[in-house]
Structure formats: structure tokens, C-alpha cells
Design a protein around this ligand. Sequence first.
Ligand SMILES: NC(=O)C1=CN([C@@H]2O[C@H](COP(=O)(O)OP(=O)(O)OC[C@H]3O[C@@H](n4cnc5c(N)ncnc54)[C@H](O)[C@@H]3O)[C@@H](O)[C@H]2O)C=CC1
Ligand SMILES: O=C(CO)COP(=O)(O)O
Length: 342
Amino acid sequence: MTQYKVAVLGGGSFGTVIANLAASNGHATTLWLRDPQQLADMREHHENTRYLPGFPLAPELMFSDDLQATVAAADVVFVSIPSKAFRSVLKAARPAFRPEQMLVSTTKGIEKDSFALMSEILREESGLTRIGVISGPNLAKEIMARQLAGTVVASPDEGLRTAVHAVLSCAHFRVFSNSDIYGVELSGALKNIYAVASGMAAAHKLGENTRAMLLTRSLAEMSRFAVHLGANPLTFLGLAGVGDLVATCSSPLSRNYQVGFAIGQGQTLEEIVEELEQTAEGINTIQMVRHKADELGIRMPLVTGLHEIIFNKRSLYDVVLAMMLGSQSSDVEFVLPKPGEA
Ligand SMILES: NC(=O)C1=CN([C@@H]2O[C@H](COP(=O)(O)OP(=O)(O)OC[C@H]3O[C@@H](n4cnc5c(N)ncnc54)[C@H](O)[C@@H]3O)[C@@H](O)[C@H]2O)C=CC1
Ligand SMILES: O=C(CO)COP(=O)(O)O
């Protein structure tokens, strides 16, 4: 099989997972991180003690804090930087890019203010044409523990899809292919919104009927939005759509679910963001999607409701009541258990 030189930008949970898969598969792989202390720690212990403690990394994996040298040496560059810093890292790397290189985003977010997806930023800032994304139900810790998982590589470039398959696939990680880059990328970003809602529902110990209704209405809402913007509706029935939605909305490992859970327990957003040391893209995405949906006239009751609760301090009870009844009135109340009750 072809051997590739691989660079992974971003030493958080997911960058580490991707770099470890590539190195374990025998591809010469360098993980770039900006923090010199973390770099020294990873070189010494061959482990990401900050984000993924207890998981030894492939002995062949290399680490660097030299962005341009890391990028310049690679055939395939994975970018695993949170959306808020994504563009700045690409700008800093720009002088090192070569026309034949392949760039792949792993980031499930939307740029604040511009509404740009990460593949658009890759294209704009690198000037390259071989662009792709990966997305799917890919909770970092489960992949590090070598539990079975799959992802979707999406790109119009067949050679890039083949390369990503060769770099990442192994006995516990299957790579599927899709040419709908927009749909795959958008579903990864949108499902974070509904993971926040699911975390809130879990904090209130809502039942399985409620959970099923929330998940299916989430899928309907996210696909309605994405199809309006040009995505293929079938993408939402696959691993990157409903697959990632189910995983992220069900797992306390998801940072977006954790944020929703903490909101459901009454913590303020400020407290939560201060405590959570990792990235939860969903909060920014709720703001961006609410704005875009209003602009385009797309009905998104869950996004609107979440926005009202998180940013306008409306109560969960009021928002849910309005969703259940619409303009109808009712004398019958529903039961919203207090967080923490059995
Ligand atoms: N953790 C997971 O299970 C998965 C995460 N993702 C996506 O991958 C992206 C990254 O997520 P994680 O690695 O989990 O986040 P993380 O919060 O664990 O790590 C983010 C990393 O980016 C680095 N970083 C932040 N700003 C930077 C800058 N200006 N320059 C250089 N490095 C910078 C941080 O130091 C940190 O190492 C997110 O958009 C997320 O949606 C996708 C699939 C699964
Ligand atoms: O995207 C993920 C799993 O597929 C991880 O979700 P979080 O960013 O909420 O942790």
C-alpha cells in the first residue's frame, strides 16, 4: 500500500487520535502542537497526558512545534484545530503549502460571523484545490481504546478519498467515502447543537420517548436546514448524519452533551466555559445557525428554543411548552423532573 507523509495540526483529543491512527498504520506522521510544554511532555511520555491520559501513542509518532516545517514535509495534512482558531493557523502555514498537497479538516464547526465551513477556509487560506473533510461518530476516547468505529471522508477528489482511506483505516476504524463534502461537513457541525439539547434533557432525566422525539426532530431540523443550503438529503441518513447525531447525543463523552448537561443542572454558560478545558463547538454553532435560519426563513424550533434558553434566559419549561403546543392552549401541564431527582 502507498505510504504517505502525514501532518496533523492540533494536539487536542481528536488531532492526537488521527495522528496515532496514521502512525500506527505505518505512515510517517508528525503531530504539530503550539504549546512547548505539551510538546516536551508528549515527547517524553509518548502520551497525551492532558487530553487522553492512559493511552500510549504509537512509538513511531513524531511531534513538532514548527508549523511550516511540519506542513512542508507532508503529502496529507489533517487540520484538527477548533473553528475559532482554524483560519489563523492556516494563514500561518500558508508559505509552506505545495500545489499537490491534500488538506483534510476534522473540525466540526462553523466560523463565527462569516458562516464559513472549514473546507472553505482550507481552500481560501491555502490556495490549494485538493480539499476534503472527515466526519462521523468519532468520540476520541473510544477510538483510542480501539473500539470499533467508522468515519466518512468527503471530497470531490477521488485520489484524496483513497489517500485518507489508506492513512486511517485499520481493523477497528473503517473509512467510508462520500462526494457530498458540504452535507458531511455541515452534519458534523449541526449535530453539536442537538447534543447540547440532549445533555439538557439528560440532566432532567427525561424518558426514552422524549429522547426518541428529540433525536428524530433534530434529524429532521438539521437536514431541512442543510438541504436548503445545498446538501444531499441522503447524507443525513448515513454515518456522518444520523450516525454522529446518535453517538454525540447519547454520550457523556461528548463535550457538547456535557455543556448541555451542565446548563440543565443550572450552571451559567460562563461557569461552564471556564470549567471545560476542551472545545465545545455547539454554542457558537447555535448562534450562527439561529442567525442564518432567521435570515433564510427556515423553521428551526429546536435551535430557536435553545438560543432562547441559553442566550435570552427563557426557562426550559416555557420553551418546551411552546414547542409542544404551538399556538394551542392547554390546562394540562407536563412533568419536567428537577435535575438530580431519581
Ligand atoms: N474530541 C472528539 O471526540 C472529536 C472532535 N472533533 C472535532 O475536532 C476539533 C478539535 O477537537 P478536539 O481535538 O477534540 O479539541 P480539543 O479541545 O481537545 O483540542 C483543541 C486543540 O487545539 C489547540 N489550539 C487551539 N487554538 C489553537 C491555535 N490558535 N493554534 C494552535 N493550536 C490551537 C489546543 O491547544 C488543543 O490542543 C473540534 O472542532 C471537534 O469538533 C471531531 C471528532 C471527534
Ligand atoms: O464529534 C464528536 C463525536 O463524533 C465529538 O463531539 P464533541 O465535540 O461534543 O465532544
